[in-house]
Ligand binder design. Sequence first.
Ligand SMILES: O=C(O)C(=O)C[C@]1(C(=O)O)C=C[C@@H](O)C=C1
Length: 287
Amino acid sequence: MKIVIQGTKGSYHHQAAAKFFAEDATDLLEVESFKKVAQTIYKLQADYGLIAIENTIAGTILPNYSLISKYDLKIVGEVHLPIQHQLMALPGTKFEDIVEIQSHPMAILQCDQFLEHHSNIRIVETSDTATTAKRISEQNIQNVAAIASTLSADLYGLEIIKPNIQTFEKNFTRFFVVAKEASTPNKFDKASILFTTPHQSGSLASILNELVYLNINMEKIQSVPIMDKPWDYAFHVDISFDDMEDFHLLMKRIELKTNYLKILGQYKKENKADCQLKTQENHSIIL
Ligand SMILES: O=C(O)C(=O)C[C@]1(C(=O)O)C=C[C@@H](O)C=C1
């Protein structure tokens, strides 16, 4: 089974893949952007891909919703990963000597407070956290630090000079597991849907009322611009439920209330509570 990830070994996408696929996550295809992940799946060059969709500090990665639509990706699962960012550099480097910090833009956003306190240091955005750590190590780049995971420091022999620099101790990223074909699980308790509504008073509210009526929990709602219709919006909604029949009924009931309605994925909800534990187990498996 081939799995495409943005970034290289040690990246958070790698860890998310290891968490979801466990020992099946051996054949990894590493690419440098979310767009390449989407294109790889679209061209059937990998079976599954992972893309980060939201972070508890930095918010939603909106362009990834566009990629899901543009490349008609299906969501087959989700992963919640605790994210602890480490500042790392070549062994022996002192923090006072650092002149530049490099990392993925989302990682930089999540460490905003730390970086503001050290505004004399230049910030450079890169393709992903682990590739940055790897490059600093392989090219022996002095006085430049990476923001990356502990796993990256271990894999590429860098020293952590400031630990856990994310703005809030508790920091999580949610990833979608995507594929070309929809999965058809016998049992699912979560779904991601996309719809547009007529531009009329109460049209969104009347759809949300159907959730209340069917006792379906809305886990997330995200409006995204419709690019060829300025100031019109589509809604990405993630819902969870105990009974799949309630979901099927919901789809029937809201069909007439929407202009466009699409199921992007039906999958098993990941239990956020055991998120920390499983990730630590996987860390030692990867190493
Ligand atoms: O650069 C990485 O290691 C990534 O996996 C990217 C990424 C992201 O896209 O949000 C993944 C999780 C964290 O939120 C920070 C960065």
